[in-house]
Design a protein around this ligand. Structure first.
Ligand SMILES: [Mg+2]
Length: 179
């Protein structure tokens, strides 16, 4: 009896959990993991002026070359990801501006920097999906945390967790719901 008892007492619970399938959880970047405004605040007035009006008369700051490299994480995002990774299989599911190629490379660099994901043990190592058709990723039981309904996010139905909404105003409320 003694050896069995020792195993139960000293076995690392996380090792057991690694072999149990976790539900999928997709997480958007802009204004969910990434604070877009923090990047914009670092851009000069002169450059901002050049991106104030697009064909439809709206600002298109996401087309500013290099802007995505300047952004900081949203408050609570890093801690929330750490917590959620214990229960969910996490992937980033984001779009990148079609006419701003630097945004695509800046996004992977950002994930590597803030989530130590240049290395295999990083939570998002090779787990970055850049796609304009998020609904293609819908799987039974899969959740998506996204601030906007665009690009098929709303097709996740009641598994779409809308960040920055009255129900989920911040990461604290999202973690409380999902854990
Ligand atoms: Mg977003």
């Amino acid at each position: 009896m003694r050896p069995i008892l020792n195993f139960v007492l000293f076995c690392d619970y996380s090792i057991i959990m690694e072999h149990v399938e976790k539900p999928l959880l997709f997480i958007d970047m802009d204004n969910v993991l990434v604070d877009f405004k923090s990047g914009l605040a670092k851009v000069s007035k002169e450059i901002k002026c050049q991106y104030e009006l697009d064909d439809k008369g709206k600002p298109h700051y996401d087309d500013i070359p290099g802007i995505f490299a300047l952004m900081e994480p949203m408050p609570g995002a890093i801690e929330a990801v750490k917590t959620l990774s214990t229960k969910y299989d996490l992937y980033i599911l984001s779009t990148a501006p079609w006419m701003n190629p630097s945004a695509w490379s800046d996004k992977v660099k950002w994930v590597q920097q803030y989530f130590d994901s240049a290395q295999e043990d990083g939570v998002f190592y090779k787990r970055l999906i850049l796609c304009h058709h998020k609904d293609l990723l819908i799987r039974p039981g899969a959740y998506l945390i996204d601030d906007r309904s665009k690009h098929g996010a709303d097709q996740f139905g009641d598994h779409w967790i809308q960040m920055d909404s009255p129900r989920f105003p911040d990461w604290e409320s999202v973690v409380k719901y999902l854990m």
